[in-house]
Design a protein around this ligand. Structure first.
Ligand code: ADP
Ligand code: MG
Length: 382
């Protein structure tokens, strides 16, 4: 099908983000939200965030960074100390949870053990005064979405972890909320099941077109599922971007180290160069970077290079490539790739991830020449 119309001058190529509305039409808006539990310390410091309609937005960060508090404020279980939260353009600080039309899946799915699967799923309907045939039909439909129709008479204790998780999901969807919040819903599952559920949840969210705000401390989970990720640290959003941008263009050192593996090399600014810069590392070596520091910083900067960006040097020297020579310290064979730990710049440890088809035999103590494309050498501040 060709989507071009005579009156439309829109480009034919649409990004995946066209599926979701832009920020001017946000479903959720946090405006200068601050939260303190004790009246002294703010655990959410100054939150400004717009969640677009139809978007899968993940709040990712270490334990204690303020993710659950933020979700609880959106859900109506905690009040912001300062600032406001808008849902569909209207302030909701004073609305109780059941009047916000938001579905929840909590950290521990909190199914009622004495109720059957169907009764658990029907619970939010009862709460909202939906009864009889209409309720039965909605429960059946919600269970159908998570492929659990056959188990509606069981009790939670008779279900596997994955099935319990699906019941919690059905319960969150049964009243057809426009917004669903999930707080580490897959934490209790083993790795394989977790990865399958990640895909199932994402597919369901896309199919139903619901807006999702999802909390996790697992970066892999966030990268897999999200349209955008808000990286939390110490009560603040460090960066809000899609997975690729976060991984390839982290804004600061925290984001670079929290997402994916990273070699960080202390350096100082040595001069501007095209869009990038030249930096000097410990032993005086000059390296080129893809970006320049925001300010003409004179202090310590950090150069960031992903292990997969460090390859074995080619025979010919190219201008768009940094060459780094060092001494092999450790070698690990991992099937599809080899990890080389190399000491360079007079004492700095670097890890290189060499694809198996390019690898050869390495001996600890031998000299090795590595290279990294200038585009993949990022300068970080902070
Ligand atoms: P996360 O979900 O990112 O782990 P939380 O929002 O749960 O972070 O916690 C942020 C900070 O607020 C932590 O220091 C935590 O101890 C504190 N905190 C969370 N809930 C409460 C509460 N109900 N009362 C007091 N302090 C709390
Ligand atoms: Mg939490």
């Amino acid at each position: 099908m060709n989507g071009s119309h005579a009156w439309s001058s829109a480009p034919a190529v649409r990004s995946t983000h066209d599926r979701v509305a832009n920020e001017n039409d946000a479903l959720v808006r946090f405006e200068q939200v601050k939260k303190s539990y004790d009246g002294i310390n703010f655990v959410v410091k100054d939150l400004n965030l717009a969640v677009r309609r139809g978007e899968f937005l993940t709040m990712l960060g270490p334990s204690g960074s303020g993710k659950t508090t933020t979700l609880m404020m959106l859900g109506g279980f905690e009040r912001p100390t300062l600032g406001s939260i808008l849902l569909d353009g209207k302030p909701v600080e004073r609305l109780p949870p059941e009047r916000r039309n938001i579905g929840f899946v909590f950290q521990n799915y909190a199914l009622f053990p004495h109720m059957t699967v169907a009764e658990n799923v029907a619970f939010p309907l009862r709460y909202r005064g939906i009864k009889g045939r209409q309720a039965t039909e909605r429960v059946r439909q919600a269970l159908g979405r998570v492929s659990l129709e056959a188990l509606e008479d069981r009790r939670p204790s008779q279900l596997s972890g994955g099935q319990q998780q699906r019941v919690a999901l059905a319960r969150a969807l049964v009243f057809e909320p426009s917004l669903v919040l999930m707080d580490e819903p897959l934490g209790a599952l083993d790795k394989q099941l977790r990865e399958r559920m990640q895909i199932e949840i994402k597919q369901l969210q896309t199919a139903l077109g619901i807006t999702m705000v999802y909390v996790t401390h697992d970066q892999g989970e966030a990268l897999t599922m999200s349209d955008r990720i808000a990286v939390f640290h110490d009560g603040r959003i460090q960066q809000l971007a899609d997975s690729e941008t976060l991984y390839n263009r982290p804004q600061n050192r925290f984001v670079a180290e929290f997402i994916g593996e990273n070699n960080t090399v202390p350096c100082t600014y040595a001069g501007r160069e095209l869009e990038g810069a030249q930096v000097r590392v410990a032993d005086g070596t000059l390296l080129r970077t893809s970006n320049a520091p925001a300010s003409q910083a004179s202090g310590e900067l950090t150069l960031s290079i992903r292990p997969e960006s460090l390859g074995l040097a080619a025979d010919t020297l190219r201008p768009d490539v940094n060459r780094i020579t060092g001494t092999v310290r450790e070698v690990f064979f991992l099937g599809d790739h080899m990890r080389l730990c190399v000491e360079a710049f007079g004492g700095q440890k670097l890890t290189a991830r060499i694809p198996a088809r390019q690898a050869r035999h390495f001996e600890p103590g031998e000299q090795v020449a590595l290279e990294c494309h200038v585009d993949e050498c990022r300068l970080l501040e902070g």
